[in-house]
Design a protein around this ligand. Structure first.
Ligand code: FE
Length: 330
């Protein structure tokens, strides 16, 4: 009898938590960054998640094509530019959740509640420790000055990270000032724009340039493999608007079949356990201010981050792309 009850409980407990619940996720995040979180969620709640991984653009195209027939409940991606587009294309639905609005600062979520930040990433300045003196460390705008001629490396303007960086600059400083800064950067380039942030740092370490702009988790990844590299991070504009930040985030789809389950998963993702996992797995900053970042990240020091609404990066993205094109930023 005892065995029977234990057996029965084993069947009932997970089922009562699950009640057939599952969440279907279209994810533009690398599997190894998101699967451990979903495994932890399943272990805790019994809720299954199905995940389809692809780049952000094909996932958005797929959501649009599938329309009301989409199996997707959640869209998970990096960069506010991608989230803003998805919302703009009508594939995300507003979600009312006090857990999300109380945990996520207002400037890191959609004012219309269609997307929410899950993590914060900082796009900051990296420099060659043997070639740049701390006293001359630049801000984003001062990187455009004559003193940095032939010393700057940048990633391609085709990457949404740089489009968001320039879009936020347009939002803060206006198009004219931003165009001057971007033109100055291009004037100062040591090499044509590079494919990715890691190549920017490798070029600096190799002595081909002295400074660059990268997302800090790439710095963390590279230095983990090659701790001897003469590279360090610098937090610019600490007297001004602060470091440019971006987000990874998610939104419930307009035609979600498991809306309530998707909402619960999102709420769990901004909780302490998930936030620590995010920070450990991808060296990102927690969006939940009550959770400390991973110890290695914390060693890079704290900084003042730009607090302008991140949605502005979406609103000014098209303008940023045109501005970079006119400035000759390939
Ligand atoms: Fe990235």
């Amino acid at each position: 009898m005892k065995r029977f009850i234990v057996l029965l409980l084993g069947i009932i407990l997970p089922c009562s938590a699950v009640a057939g619940e599952e969440v279907v996720i279209y994810s533009a995040r690398k599997d190894h960054l998101i699967k451990p979180l979903l495994d932890a969620y399943r272990a805790k709640t019994g809720v299954e998640s199905k995940i389809l991984t692809d780049d952000a653009a094909p996932l958005l195209a797929r959501l649009k094509a599938e329309g009301a027939n989409t199996p997707a409940d959640l869209l998970l991606t990096v960069d506010v530019g991608n989230l803003w587009h998805a919302a703009n294309e009508g594939v995300l639905a507003p979600l009312s959740s006090t857990v999300l609005t109380e945990t996520i600062p207002a400037h890191l979520r959609d004012p219309e509640h269609r997307w929410f930040a899950l993590t914060i990433r900082a796009r900051t300045i990296v420099y060659h420790t043997g070639k740049v003196k701390p006293a001359e460390l630049p801000g984003y705008a001062t990187l455009a000055q004559e003193a940095w001629k032939g010393r700057l490396c940048l990633r391609t303007s085709k990457k949404v990270y740089n489009q968001s960086l320039v879009a936020m600059m347009i939002a803060r400083l206006g198009a004219e000032k931003s165009a001057d800064i971007v033109k100055g950067w291009i004037n100062n380039l040591a090499l044509p724009p590079l494919d990715n942030d890691s190549k920017v740092m490798e070029a600096i370490a190799a002595g081909q340039c002295d400074v660059g702009i990268v997302n800090t988790y790439y710095y963390g990844e590279l230095l983990e493999k090659k701790p001897e590299l003469p590279l360090a991070l610098h937090w610019p504009d600490q007297e001004g608007d602060g470091v440019h930040i971006n987000i990874s985030g998610a939104g419930v789809t307009a035609h979600a079949k498991h809306k309530e389950a998707a909402k619960k998963l999102l709420e769990w993702l901004v909780g302490a356990e998930a936030q620590r996992l995010f920070s450990d797995l991808n060296k990102e900053y927690p969006v939940n201010a009550s959770v400390a970042p991973n110890a290695k990240i914390a060693q890079w020091g704290s900084f003042k981050a730009d607090a302008h609404p991140i949605a502005l990066a979406g609103r000014h993205q098209a303008e940023a792309v045109m501005l970079m094109d006119r400035a000759g930023y390939k």
